[in-house]
Write a protein that binds this ligand. Structure first.
Ligand code: GLV
Ligand code: MN
Ligand code: MN
Length: 423
């Protein structure tokens, strides 16, 4: 992390009042806030290709049209709003996603999209003249809450997910991804890699709420991303034998819940030993009866580490512990890696350029969270800005960023876009 002074604005000075960006940020934020928010939990349930997602997409399109931008969806259902000629090339692109995890917070994703429109408003307010095309994006299905795979929109575009593999994705009700896209009014036949589109992007910058407390601890409103940890999702299917919870003697049981529970504990131990993280946050049980020993426990492991070797070590150790325990419990175990994202080191030249534009005193942070920026970084120069999150909580309704910090984020993004696109 570079040196910095506490509580300064993104450019090293107190955040100035910016009627353009700050004002429009506020009204956009309030418009978007009720969409997909659950009345009981206060969390967001904006899953890909559902009604709440459609409402978010309508909102995006309205914002684009209200600003006189050229609106389009690409072959993978990602939304684009263009200022300037979309075909000219060397475009500066900014944006994030509008979908959420189950009962997610308001900021993860939407902060980047709303800040992008607000940054454009700010630049127009400043009278900026653009020398490169600018686009604002909403990438589809970033969280993977419905179909299990994260960053589907950007992965398809970057050719990291094939059409064939995408067609195999199913939600919890057995609805396939192509049928869900079709039902939402998109053409699933068209999906696939989009190298021509990527070739027209000169730089992609994603602003995102920080999902940790580094900026809170350093006293900065805004930071720049250095790298994303390698991470993946593994599905563990523990198969035993359904039987009566009252009449089956303990010694006669083949209870997959026991094996699953031991595996959760092993995951915690192995992650702690390696300085990594490992989480079982989703589980499906069959037959799921309170008075029945389960026949199947399906648990999804999410594991991440600072480097590939450590992640491999942790996941191998968890699998070994699970197999050993399965043997003991008479359980059949199958483990499938459902997704994997290698380490991402954001391009140094663009990162240095952002730092220079923002005054050279902005902290540089790594993160364990995945982003569309990480996927795109394999194909285009990519950078990220983080906005302070005082508690570090994310993927929860308690996720938060203060209004002044959001304003600092908008101004920082406006400065960056001005520095890149208005030369
Ligand atoms: C996305 O937010 C992820 O890191 O899982
Ligand atoms: Mn997220
Ligand atoms: Mn996100």
């Amino acid at each position: 992390m570079t040196s910095h002074t506490p509580d300064h604005g993104a450019a090293g000075a107190p955040a100035p009042a910016a009627p353009g960006g700050a004002r429009s940020f506020h009204s956009m934020w309030n418009e978007l806030a009720p969409i997909g928010r659950h009345a009981d939990t206060g969390g967001y349930r904006r899953y890909a290709w559902t009604g709440a997602d459609a409402d978010c997409r309508t909102w995006f399109q309205e914002q684009a049209l209200a600003r006189g931008l050229t609106y389009e969806t690409d072959r993978n259902g990602n939304q684009w709003a263009w200022l300037g000629d979309p075909l000219a090339g060397d475009a500066v692109v900014t944006g994030s996603h509008l979908d959420s995890v189950p009962d997610g917070g308001a900021f993860d994703g939407p902060l980047g999209v709303v800040s992008s429109f607000a940054a454009l408003d700010e630049l127009r307010h400043r009278g900026a003249e653009f020398s490169r095309p600018l686009a604002i994006t909403n990438f589809g299905d970033e969280e993977g809450a419905r179909f299990g795979l994260a960053c589907v929109g950007s992965r398809l575009t970057a050719g990291q997910l094939t059409k064939e593999k995408a067609y195999e994705l199913r939600d919890g009700d057995g609805v396939s991804l192509p049928r869900a896209m079709e039902a939402a009014g998109y053409d699933p036949d068209a999906i696939g890699a989009d190298p021509e589109r990527l070739a027209r992007i000169g730089a992609f910058v994603e602003l995102h709420v920080e999902q940790g407390r580094a900026l809170d601890l350093s006293g900065d409103r805004v930071g720049i991303a250095s790298a994303i940890w390698p991470h993946g999702r593994w599905r563990f299917d523990f198969r035993g034998e359904a039987n009566h919870a009252g009449t089956t003697r303990l010694v006669d049981r083949r209870d997959p819940m026991l094996t699953y529970a031991a595996t959760v504990l092993a995951a915690r131990t192995e992650a702690a030993l390696a300085g990594a993280v490992a989480t079982f946050g989703k589980i499906a049980v069959e037959p799921n009866g309170v008075n029945a020993i389960p026949s199947l426990v399906r648990g999804w492991l999410d594991s991440r580490a600072a480097d590939q070797a450590t992640l491999d070590t942790v996941v191998t150790a968890i699998e070994k512990a699970a197999h050993e325990r399965a043997e003991q419990d008479g359980i059949d175990l199958a483990v499938v890696r459902e997704s994997f994202t290698p380490v991402v080191e954001f391009e140094h030249a663009l990162r240095d350029e952002l730092n220079r534009i923002l005054g050279g005193a902005v902290p540089v942070l790594g993160t364990g969270a995945g982003h569309d920026a990480g996927i795109l970084s394999a194909a285009v120069p990519t950078a990220m800005l983080f906005v302070r999150n005082p508690t570090g909580v994310s993927h929860s309704p308690r996720e938060f960023a203060a209004e002044d910090d959001c304003t600092a984020g908008v101004l920082a993004l406006a400065d960056v876009l001005e520095g890149l696109a208005c030369r």
